[in-house]
Each structure stands twice: as structure tokens, then as C-alpha cells.
Design a protein around this ligand. Structure first.
Ligand code: ADP
Ligand code: TYD
Length: 223
């Protein structure tokens, strides 16, 4: 018996509200009776969390773009094997704060055009896309000031400044056009509760369309 859960990723520039909104969505889906796993990248499994510390702390020039592609992909492979796939196989809804689209943007675009390299490694080592990707779209100046206000040691990409945020915002919007069936674009500029309500209604509609829900054991198909 294989149960197919539902895989949702959140994407957007730093400070766009992903961590805030993934938690609210988890709470709302659980209140509606779904079994939910909330996870994040880089990280989400013990080994991948160790790689997270390597890539997000220290000198911003610590790694080349190519080395970062390998590190983020290694972390993702471990996360997929140990956290995401087991949860989906038992019919749960997985909410992931960033996934492969972040590598397509940050490593694929920030220091030259390495998108093809990211995509080829993704196909070889990951081979999975989310069922749905929520892109929280946000003004880059506002996003950066929200992100810097947090003042954490994990400021790997915040350190590259506003130009990078502007390029990443444009890049995410063009990814949403490239994969219109998978992406939902949400305006992240409003109050937290209204952004959350917008996300929840769009996700309920998409889950209903697929007929696959973590709460429904009949969503499992015998194989
Ligand atoms: P991300 O995970 O995308 O980097 P966070 O969810 O950590 O973003 O939000 C960054 C900061 O902005 C946090 O301090 C959070 O409380 C705040 N924030 C999030 N959403 C909103 C919003 N809609 N309006 C105002 N502040 C927000
Ligand atoms: P995250 O903790 O989501 O940061 P934020 O809350 O500020 O949005 O991610 C940390 C940083 O890692 C972020 O600047 C984006 C970067 N990142 C990559 O460069 N490549 C990747 O594949 C992923 C998943 C994240």
C-alpha cells in the first residue's frame, strides 16, 4: 500500500514571511484534520542541519557558487530520504520552507548563470518537485529590512545586499511563469493574518483538486 501525501514548498526572498506563514499554514491544516510535517531547507534532517551551519555561517565568500550547489544538493538529498519521502509515503502533508527553486535562484543566478548546472544535478540526485509551490512576493527593500532586523548569525545571503534581493525577486517571479501549474503567487505585503488567509484558501482549493489529502486514508492506493 502506497499513500501519496501532498508536498508544498514555500519560496521567496529573505524576509518575505515564509517562516511565519509556514507555521500558520501548519496550524490551520492541522485544525482542519490533516497530518502535517513542517520542515525547512537547508536542513530538515540531522545531517542536512549540519550542512546548514556550513553554508549559512561564516565568511560570505567561504564557498564558490559551484561548491554551494553541491552542498545544498547534498543537504536536500539527505532531507528527502530521511524526512520528506517517509512523510509523503505515509500520506502526510509536507510543508517545506524553501526547496530546489531556492538553489535555482541563489546558486543558479546570483553569481553568473549556473541554472543549467543546478537543473542537471537536481535531475540526477533529487528528481522530485513539490505538488505546489507558494511564492510569497515582496518588495525587496522591505524584505531585506525585515530580514536584517532579525539579526541572526545566519546571514549568508542577506550580506550580499539589496541588489541581490531585487534580482532574486525577479527570478522567482519568472520561475512562477515557467511552472504555472505548480506555483501560486501570493502578495506578501499585507498584514500577517490576511496573507495567511489568502494562502490557506488557495491551498485548500489545490488539495481539493487533486483529491489527495493526508487525513484521508482512502487517498492511499494499493500497489
Ligand atoms: P522569511 O522566513 O521569509 O525570511 P520571516 O517569516 O522570518 O521571513 O519574517 C521576517 C520578519 O518579518 C519576522 O520578524 C516576521 O515577524 C516579520 N513579518 C512576517 N510577515 C510579516 C507581515 N506580513 N507584515 C509585517 N511583518 C512580517
Ligand atoms: P532561510 O533560512 O530560508 O532564510 P530566510 O528566512 O532569510 O529566507 O534560508 C537561508 C538562506 O539560504 C537564504 O538566504 C537562501 C539560502 N539558500 C540558498 O542559497 N540555496 C538553497 O538551495 C536554499 C534552500 C537556501
Amino acid at each position: 500500500m502506497i499513500c501519496k501525501g501532498f508536498f508544498i514548498s514555500f519560496e521567496g526572498i529573505d524576509g518575505s514571511g515564509k517562516s511565519t506563514q509556514t507555521k500558520l499554514l501548519r496550524d490551520q491544516l492541522e485544525a482542519a484534520g490533516h497530518d502535517v510535517v513542517l520542515t525547512r531547507e537547508p536542513g530538515g534532517s540531522p545531517g542536512a542541519e549540519e550542512i546548514r551551519a556550513l553554508v549559512l555561517q561564516g565568511d560570505p565568500d567561504r564557498w564558490s557558487a559551484h561548491t554551494e550547489i553541491l552542498l545544498f544538493t547534498a543537504a536536500r538529498r539527505d532531507h528527502l530520504e530521511r524526512t520528506i519521502q517517509p512523510a509523503l509515503a505515509s500520506g502526510k502533508i509536507v510543508i517545506c520552507d524553501r526547496f530546489a527553486d531556492s538553489t535555482r535562484m541563489y546558486q543558479g543566478l546570483s553569481r553568473g548563470d549556473l541554472r543549467d548546472c543546478v537543473d542537471r544535478l537536481h535531475k540526477l540526485m533529487i528528481g522530485v518537485e513539490p505538488d505546489l509551490t507558494v511564492l510569497i512576493d515582496m518588495d525587496p527593500t522591505e524584505g531585506l529590512s525585515r530580514a536584517l532586523a532579525r539579526n541572526t548569525v545566519e546571514e549568508r545571503f542577506e550580506d550580499f545586499g539589496e541588489d541581490l534581493q531585487v534580482a532574486m525577486r525577479a527570478g522567482f517571479l519568472s520561475l512562477a511563469q515557467e511552472f504555472p501549474d505548480r506555483f501560486v503567487v501570493i502578495d506578501g505585503s499585507g498584514p500577517i493574518d490576511s496573507v495567511a488567509a489568502d494562502i490557506f484558501s488557495q491551498i485548500q482549493a489545490r488539495i481539493a483538486q487533486t483529491g489527495r489529502t493526508g487525513a484521508d486514508p482512502h487517498a492511499c492506493s494499493a500497489q
